[in-house]
Design a protein around this ligand. Structure first.
Ligand code: ITT
Length: 194
């Protein structure tokens, strides 16, 4: 693949898009995302949801398109909120409500281990090409720290930095994050395939 070939990114989440743009690749948001009826997203796994989104939105664009399905898995909650991370506290829940519910569910819980998972699905003209997965391990704090990032970042403590993902610059998060790992895998795969 030409290193500067454009990659369409299908997401309604501005936080994800900001991070993808850090990769140095030619990542562009799908134009008029708001005018396209939302993709179904009812799979049981990150892979299924990412594939649904990528296949669906790639019918509206020309060229390579990718979609990200991601979320937080908390060991003490049996892997919840998982694929429900965006709507943990309800269908239209915001980050604050999701974070508050997570803290409530983990009250008096000593085991705070958790990971972020990101699956990127790559598609073209309604056909799946393949998926890429990234993870990052951490711990859920008992109160938020930092105002950077999005979603559960202020509660997600990353031991190697002794900070939460909400306290560090976006570039540093992308260097170690589930999303950075999945995207780098995709870019490597595309460059080898070229
Ligand atoms: P799109 O489907 O339009 O891309 P979305 O926000 O609905 O946007 P998901 O269904 O993949 O995306 O849900 C991802 C949720 O998981 C996100 O809303 C956050 O709550 C959480 N999440 C994922 N990656 C995260 C990260 O890097 N930092 C913090 N929270 C994250």
């Amino acid at each position: 693949m030409n290193e500067n070939a454009r990659l369409w990114c299908a997401t309604t989440n501005a936080g994800k898009l900001r991070e993808f743009r850090l990769a140095g690749a030619n990542v562009e948001a799908v134009p008029a995302m708001r005018d396209i009826p939302p993709s179904p997203e009812d799979g049981a796994t990150f892979e299924e949801n990412a594939e649904q989104k990528a296949i669906y939105y790639s019918r509206f664009t020309e060229g390579l398109l990718f979609a990200d399905d991601s979320g937080l898995e908390v060991d003490a909650l049996g892997g919840a909120p998982g694929v429900y991370s965006a709507r943990y506290a309800g269908e239209h829940a915001n980050d604050a409500a999701n974070n508050a519910l997570l803290l409530e569910r983990l009250k008096n819980q000593d085991d705070r281990r958790a990971r972020f998972v990101c699956v990127i699905a790559l598609a073209q003209s309604g056909q799946m090409i393949r998926t890429f997965r990234g993870t990052v391990e951490g711990e859920i704090l008992t109160a938020p720290r930092g105002t950077g990032g999005f979603g559960y970042d202020p509660l997600f403590f990353y031991p190697p930095f002794s900070q939460t993902l909400g306290e560090i610059p976006a570039e540093n998060k992308f260097a170690v994050s589930h999303r950075g790992e999945a995207l780098r895998e995709m870019l490597t795969w595309l460059s080898v395939r070229a």
